[in-house]
Design a protein around this ligand. Structure first.
Ligand code: FES
Length: 160
């Protein structure tokens, strides 16, 4: 193994290591915060008794998801991007859209998934501390473009 490949392995391991992002009680109280995990801007949310983490910049055009409202759509909490109102499922990062099936008699639009568009990350709580572990970055997900573009930028403070 040469020095270059061991350095790359080390970088990859670093990117996969959990990072403490705050105290559980503080994040529960704030309900949302933005943090930097290995240079990546991540939105951490506490909603209806559950923690979520996802890339902070919207996959569509880099909108600030930390300013979005949360709505239930088909029983799933979604963040609504404040820029163009795209809807993203908190748990999976799937983008949603409404569509009418022309073969069905009803003209009522139904929610459909575009697939995973926003990268979500793993959250763990240990001994009162909240940790974020970045998801495997090997697969391309749409939000990666804006995560890279805004890498190491100072995230917006959230005041409550
Ligand atoms: Fe988020 Fe367009 S930037 S919907």
């Amino acid at each position: 193994m040469n020095g270059e490949s061991s350095e790359k392995t080390s970088d990859k391991e670093d990117a996969n290591s959990p990072v403490c992002v705050g105290r559980e009680e503080d994040i529960k109280r704030l309900q949302r915060t933005t943090v930097t995990v290995h240079g990546r801007e991540v939105l951490v949310l506490y909603h209806d008794g559950r923690f979520y983490a996802m890339d902070c910049r919207c996959y569509h055009a880099g909108g600030p998801l930390h300013l979005g409202e949360i709505e239930d759509i088909n029983g799933q909490p979604c963040i609504i991007c404040p820029w163009h109102k795209y809807k993203i499922i908190l748990a999976t990062g799937e983008g949603l859209y409404q569509a009418v099936n022309p073969r069905e008699p009803s003209v009522t639009p139904k929610w459909q998934s575009k697939g995973v568009k926003q990268r979500t990350h793993c959250i763990t709580v240990d001994n009162g501390n909240v940790y974020v572990t970045l998801s495997d970055l090997a697969d391309d997900i749409d939000s990666d473009y804006y995560a890279e573009k805004y890498k190491n930028t100072v995230h917006y403070p959230i005041k409550k």
